[in-house]
Ligand binder design. Sequence first.
Ligand SMILES: Cc1cc2nc3c(=O)[nH]c(=O)nc-3n(C[C@H](O)[C@H](O)[C@H](O)COP(=O)(O)OP(=O)(O)OC[C@H]3O[C@@H](n4cnc5c(N)ncnc54)[C@H](O)[C@@H]3O)c2cc1C
Ligand code: FES
Length: 240
Amino acid sequence: MQRNHNHPNQFAMVWIPGINELPMSVMISRESGKAAFTVRKHGHASTGLFNVKVGQQIGVRGPYGNSFDLKQGKLLLVGGGTGLVPMMRLLTFLKPDDDVTLLIGAKSKDEVFFEDLANSLLDKNSHQVIVSTDDGTYGERGYVTEVVKKLVSEIRFNAVYTCGPEIMMYKTVQLAHSKGLFVQASLERMMKCGVGICGSCCVGEDLVCRDGTIFDGPHLLSNKEFGHFHRNKAGILENY
Ligand SMILES: Cc1cc2nc3c(=O)[nH]c(=O)nc-3n(C[C@H](O)[C@H](O)[C@H](O)COP(=O)(O)OP(=O)(O)OC[C@H]3O[C@@H](n4cnc5c(N)ncnc54)[C@H](O)[C@@H]3O)c2cc1C
Ligand code: FES
């Protein structure tokens, strides 16, 4: 399949020799013409990637996945955790007259990142970057979806885009859809092949790597697994 390699969103499969291969969102780079990855040190494989030294080799295949449908006007972006990576990339595709609200959700202050980067990427736009932390140690107190609820009841956004923890995306999609707003979410699922062969990333009938990772809100809300179940490494359905 021929793919345009300059789309907002998209991921790559990153091989850490001797350890594993992981899906990683393509991140913007300070160096023109280059891409980057942002790694959150978590389990075995991401720690292996995190510890890679300059000069050490890794394997990268991709980019894979579709892209957000770019709308113009008043835009609401909602990101949490490493779901902020595709949001940063999306910011670089927006038009100068777009009016952008970016919501960053985090558990606490020490998990807030990309706030300064977002403000600098948006310096030519009318914009606001709002941070909320679950424990109230920085920005608004509480779940970011409470801010989404307030904003979508006050402002008629032309589009809502979200990526992050699935419960956050589920609530965001529900809230936006209930107001009749265009909404898309970028899903994360267990990925092995990344190209539609192994089936490990299925959400109902959809394969996230092949059919997504971005899906329209109404399509997601018609899928009984979205926001409720995901598959573990053995392919077994688990509750969120
Ligand atoms: C499309 C996509 C983009 C992603 N982008 C980023 C990113 O930009 N930065 C980042 O740090 N992380 C990203 N992740 C998550 C990353 O791929 C790993 O899931 C995460 O780093 C934990 O892996 P681990 O093996 O260290 O942890 P483990 O402790 O081995 O696993 C912890 C959990 O991570 C998830 N996971 C593990 N292996 C995979 C896999 N092969 N595919 C999907 N999920 C897995 C599972 O939910 C698992 O329960 C992305 C995932 C997807 C699907
Ligand atoms: S990861 Fe194999 S089908 Fe999606």
